[in-house]
Design a protein. Sequence first.
Length: 192
Amino acid sequence: MASALVNFWNSMWESLLSSLGLGGGKEGTLLLLGLDNAGKTTLLHRLRTGDVKHFPPTDRPYQSDKFSFQGLTFQAWDVGGHEAVRHIWEDYVCECSAVLFLVDATDADRMEEAGFELDALVGEKLVEDIPIAILFNKCDLPEAISSKDICQRMNYDELVENHGADKISAFRISVLRGEGYQQAFRWVASFL
Ligand SMILES: Nc1nc2c(ncn2[C@@H]2O[C@H](COP(=O)(O)OP(=O)(O)OP(=O)(O)O)[C@@H](O)[C@H]2O)c(=O)[nH]1
Ligand SMILES: [Mg+2]
């Protein structure tokens, strides 16, 4: 009797998730990109464990185990964002289902650089059919700047033009507070 009830609730949950475009056994591989200090490793750890902790800068590619988030199953690559390792980003794009490109929303001075690096990747056509969710992170901090301002600094309109408006979208998030990336995952899920 108890297991029938559990099965009933599980199937209700699954249908709710799939009505939202989530769940249904969908799987994907994520590639976390962005400049150093954007919050990639912190996000991946939060997605896998629900916790936030401090990490040293990522100096070699890391592939996570499979983990579930919002009824979806993912594996993720975190390859590091320091200038010295950015040249390897393109080696990791072909196998991924979506790119999560993190931007530090408080680091106005480096947004142009972030936009440049993403545009270089888009220009290579390696990510042609891959959805790119740009995550403006650290929006918990008062110095986080407006999305309009970030978009201007990153030259977002050109990214949209080059990659296609249907395959690129931006979200304001705070990994620290656990806010905003849920919408990004809903959007990514619609491509899986
Ligand atoms: N305030 C705030 N700080 C954050 C947030 N997310 C990450 N951080 C901090 O930003 C710093 C860099 O985070 P990491 O996850 O190591 O950044 P990364 O993108 O992996 O950096 P690299 O490995 O060098 O490419 C750390 O001090 C984090 O605690 C957030 O949402 N809010
Ligand atoms: Mg890192």
